[in-house]
Design a protein around this ligand. Structure first.
Ligand SMILES: Cc1cc2nc3c(=O)[nH]c(=O)nc-3n(C[C@H](O)[C@H](O)[C@H](O)COP(=O)(O)O)c2cc1C
Ligand code: SF4
Length: 427
C-alpha cells in the first residue's frame, strides 16, 4: 500500500480531518499492518534515523535492539507505551491518541513482535480519563477482529511530573509507587518485574508503524539528516490558533508560529521543549529550524515538542516563578538536592520576583542551580535548572527590575504556562 495522499510531506501522523479514526478508517487509509522479521524491523528503524519523541531524543532502533538482545525473542520482554504526557504544556500525545489510536497500537504491535514481548501495556495518567476510554474502545475494536493472543493492558498512574519518567512508570506497572529509581539497571536490563523492558513514547510508536509500512527512505524523505521525519508540536501562548500541529524538522520556529495563525502582538521570547526546556529570546530563535543541530547553537532542544510564545505584554519572571514552584512541588522527595534544593530555589526566586529579596539572591540562585544538577536519581533537578538558568539569562534585565521594584504591570496577566494542581499520592 502506498502512503496516503496527505502523508508525503508534513501531515503523516495526524489525519486530514480532525475526526477520531476507527479501525475501518485506519485500515482504509493505511492498509493492513505488515508483518516484519524482528531484524528487518530494527534495521528499518536504524536506517530511518527515528529518535524518541518523549523528550530524550534517543535513537529508537538502538533501544529496540538492546531489549531484543536481552530477551532473545523468548517472549519474556515487556513493552510499555508511554502515554503519561505529564508535561503540562503538552497535548500532542493525547491529540494523537484521540484521532489516530490505531497507528499507535500498530507501533506497539511491531515493538512487541520485534523485541519478543508477550506483555504489552499502555500507561496513561488519571487526569487523562478521556484518553483511557478512547484507548480501551480502540483495543476492544481490534480484539473483535484479531485472533492474536497478545492482550494490550491499559494502566493508569498519578498525574505527577516525574511519574512519566521511565523508571517511575516501570515502578508503577510493577506494583510500586510511581517514583523514579536510580539507574543502572536501565529498563532494557531490568524493567517491569525485572524483565527486559522497552519504554517508548506513543508518538515514537506511531512513527515506527509508518516506517514499517512505507520504509526508512520514505521516512527520511522529509526533515533533516539529523532529525528526519515530522514531529508533533503543541503550540500555545501568543498565537492566534493554539493547538497541536505536525511539522517537518527543517521548519523554522517562525514558520511554526505562522502555521499556528501567527503571533498575537509582539513576541518577546519562546519556551521550547516544555518545563525541562529553555526560554530563548524571540529574535534569536525565530529563524532557527526545530531540528536538533539547528537548535543546539541556542542551547535549546525540541524536547516534548512544546513551543510557547511569550509576548512583550507578558511577564517572563512571573511565568517562571509559577512553574518553578510547581516543579519544586513535583519532587519525589527521595534525593536531598531535589527535595530540599528545589523548594529553596523556588522560594528565593519568588522573593526576587516580588521584590522581597536581597541583591545577593541572584548569585545564590546561580550557585544553587549548579549545586543541585546531576545530584538526583532522575533528571528532575537538571531539567528544572535548565529552565531556571534560561529564564535568568533571557529575562536578566526584568529580573533585576523585579528585584528592585517588585512585580511589574504584566504580572497580573492571565498565565501562559499551565500549572496543574498537585495531586496527592504516587499511586
Ligand atoms: C521527569 C521526567 C518525566 C518524563 N515524562 C514523560 C512523559 O510524560 N511521557 C514520555 O513519553 N516520556 C517522558 N519522559 C521520558 C521517559 O523517561 C522516556 O525517556 C521516554 O518515554 C522514552 O520514549 P521515547 O524514546 O520514545 O522518547 C520523562 C522523563 C523525565 C526525566
Ligand atoms: S531527583 Fe527528585 S524527582 Fe528524581 S528521584 Fe530524586 S527526588 Fe525524585
Amino acid at each position: 500500500m502506498s502512503p496516503p495522499a496527505d502523508a508525503g510531506t508534513t501531515q503523516r501522523l495526524l489525519p486530514g480531518r480532525p475526526v477520531p479514526e476507527d479501525l475501518d478508517a485506519h485500515l482504509a487509509g493505511f492498509g493492513p499492518r505488515p508483518i516484519l522479521e524482528p531484524a528487518a524491523m530494527i534495521e528499518a528503524l536504524d536506517q530511518s534515523g527515528l529518535r524518541g519523541r518523549g523528550g530524550a531524543d534517543f535513537p529508537t532502533g538502538v533501544k529496540w535492539r538492546a531489549v531484543t538482545e536481552r530477551s532473545q525473542g523468548g517472549g519474556d520482554a515487556v513493552v510499555v507505551a508511554n502515554a503519561a504526557e505529564c508535561e503540562p504544556a503538552s497535548f500532542k500525545d493525547r491529540f494523537l491518541l484521540t484521532y489516530r489510536p490505531h497507528l499507535v497500537l500498530d507501533g506497539l504491535e511491531h515493538a512487541a513482535e520485534a523485541v519478543g514481548a508477550r506483555r504489552v501495556i499502555i500507561y496513561t495518567t488519571r487526569s487523562h480519563n478521556d484518553i483511557e476510554a478512547a484507548l480501551r474502545a480502540a483495543i476492544r475494536e481490534r480484539r473483535r477482529r484479531d485472533d492474536s493472543d497478545r492482550f494490550v493492558e491499559v494502566l493508569v498512574g498519578p498525574n505527577r511530573y516525574v511519574a512519566g519518567e521511565e523508571t517511575a512508570l516501570i515502578a508503577r506497572v510493577s506494583g510500586h509507587l510511581a517514583k523514579p529509581k536510580v539507574v543502572p539497571p536501565r529498563p532494557f536490563q531490568s524493567g517491569v518485574d525485572g524483565l527486559p523492558t522497552l519504554v517508548q513514547n506513543v508518538e515514537t510508536l506511531a512513527h515506527a508503524a509508518l516506517v514499517a509500512r512505507f520504509g526508512a527512505a520514505w521516512f527520511r524523505s522529509v526533515g533533516t539528516q539529523r532529525s528526519p521525519g515530522t514531529a508533533l508540536l503543541t503550540v500555545s501562548g501568543a498565537v492566534r490558533t493554539p493547538g497541536v500541529l505536525e511539522a517537518t524538522c527543517d521548519t523554522t520556529v517562525g514558520a511554526v508560529v505562522d502555521r499556528a495563525g501567527g503571533v498575537e502582538g509582539e513576541p518577546a521570547a519562546v519556551l521550547l521543549g516544555g518545563y525541562f526546556g529553555r526560554w530563548v529570546s524571540a529574535d534569536r530563535i525565530w529563524n532557527h529550524a526545530i531540528d536538533a543541530d539547528s537548535l543546539r547553537s541556542t542551547g535549546a532542544s525540541l524536547g516534548t515538542g512544546v513551543l510557547v510564545v511569550a509576548p512583550t505584554t507578558s511577564c517572563g519572571i512571573t511565568e517562571t516563578d509559577r512553574v518553578l514552584a510547581y516543579l519544586a512541588g513535583q519532587s519525589a522527595g527521595q534525593c536531598g538536592p531535589c527535595h530540599v534544593g528545589l523548594p529553596a530555589i523556588a522560594e528565593t526566586f519568588h522573593k526576587v520576583a516580588t521584590g522581597r529579596a536581597r541583591p545577593a539572591a541572584l548569585d545564590l540562585l546561580a550557585r544553587w542551580s549548579r549545586d543541585v544538577r546531576g545530584r538526583g536519581a532522575c533528571r528532575h533537578p537538571d531539567g528544572a535548572m535548565l529552565f531556571l538558568d534560561s529564564a535568568m539569562e533571557v529575562f536578566a534585565a526584568d529580573l533585576r527590575r523585579h528585584l528592585k521594584q517588585g512585580e511589574c504591570r504584566y504580572a497580573a496577566q492571565p498565565s501562559l504556562l499551565p500549572v496543574p494542581a498537585i495531586e496527592a499520592g504516587w499511586w
